[in-house]
Design a protein around this ligand. Structure first.
Ligand SMILES: C[S@@+](CC[C@H](N)C(=O)[O-])C[C@H]1O[C@@H](n2cnc3c(N)ncnc32)[C@H](O)[C@@H]1O
Length: 291
């Protein structure tokens, strides 16, 4: 199947025997970088919970407002971990609207389709001196930091905005025979915080079942069961567990809040408004600065 950039997919190494989180999410967002196996899984969920589409779109729009806001605060380097398929716009496009030609971005994902699609779009619309996409696993922070440094696109001795958007609730496939482990958790995030230089930002969005309506809580229980049995297990964290991921970084206004409530004034007139009330949201979002 050719993708929107006209390339034949899937690239080598893509596993089409199981649905993939990146490709399912692309389908929620209305993208076309997904296959039958992904759509079948997503459609089963969407049939029961059509709200998943506006929830995903609200998360991506948070990402856009976040990049806009931090670029206005003077940030000129972004590292987007678990960047996904660039359906609905890439971070560098948003940053370039605010500070044309000034912002550097490294995208990181372990899903080959997401990386191949990002590279293809960057070749066409990016600037190779300022933007790149690498395929890597964020569970190896030191190795990843080295790879990011080697791209020459960002200077890790200077402040960076490190984005972990809708990625930390994804549990990783265990080695055969070993139990699922929550390894995109507090310890891993702390390692990244330590590697960031002063003046950097850490931004996180994360699914929670804390403080949500009983209808949403029930939906989350059922979604978790479905994801867990699909080979892409997930974990929902409480508000305080998500807050703890920021460590001693100072949360900037408005603190940790539902995606749609995070700096709504940063929306542009071209941003669609997803039909999602704040109390239907299940994704908390925030950004914090290292002193
Ligand atoms: C739900 S998508 C979020 C995409 C994007 N950050 C956003 O919010 O629009 C999660 C992404 O994280 C990626 N991911 C999951 N575990 C990862 C890991 N260990 N290393 C790198 N990427 C990972 C998935 O492949 C997927 O593209």
């Amino acid at each position: 199947m050719p993708n929107s950039a006209g390339e034949k997919f899937p690239p080598a190494g893509v596993d089409l025997s199981q649905p993939s989180i990146a490709r399912i999410y692309d389908y929620y967002l209305g993208g076309d970088t997904n296959w039958e196996i992904d759509r079948q899984f997503a459609d089963k969920l969407l049939k029961k919970f059509s709200i998943l589409r506006p929830i995903a779109r609200s998360n991506r729009l948070f990402l856009h407002r976040l990049v806009r806001h931090l670029t206005k605060q003077g940030i000129r380097q972004f590292v987007d971990l678990g960047s996904g398929v660039p359906t609905m716009g890439h971070a560098h496009e948003v940053a370039d609207q605010v500070a044309p030609g000034e912002v550097r971005v490294v995208y990181v994902d372990h899903e080959p389709v997401a990386v191949a699609h990002s590279r293809s779009l960057l070749r066409q619309y990016g600037d190779e001196d300022r933007h790149t996409a690498i395929q890597a696993d964020l569970r190896d922070p030191e190795g990843l930091w080295e790879k990011i440094g080697q791209t020459g696109v960002v200077d890790l001795n200077e402040p960076v905005a490190l984005l972990m958007i809708a990625v930390l609730h994804i549990q990783q496939l265990p080695a055969p025979g070993s139990p699922v482990s929550d390894d995109l958790g507090p310890q891993l995030v702390a390692t990244y915080r330590n590697m960031l230089t002063s003046g950097s930002y850490l931004a996180i969005s994360h699914v929670t079942n804390d403080g949500v309506s009983s209808k949403s809580a029930d939906m989350l229980t059922r979604i978790k069961t479905m994801y867990d049995s699909s080979g892409s297990p997930v974990i929902w964290r409480s508000r305080s567990q998500i807050e703890d991921l920021f460590g001693d970084f100072r949360l900037i206004d408005p603190g940790l809040t539902w995606t749609s409530l995070w700096h709504p004034e940063e929306a542009t007139i071209t941003d669609e408004t997803p039909s999602l009330e704040a109390d239907q949201s299940i994704v908390l979002a925030g950004a914090a600065k290292k002193a």
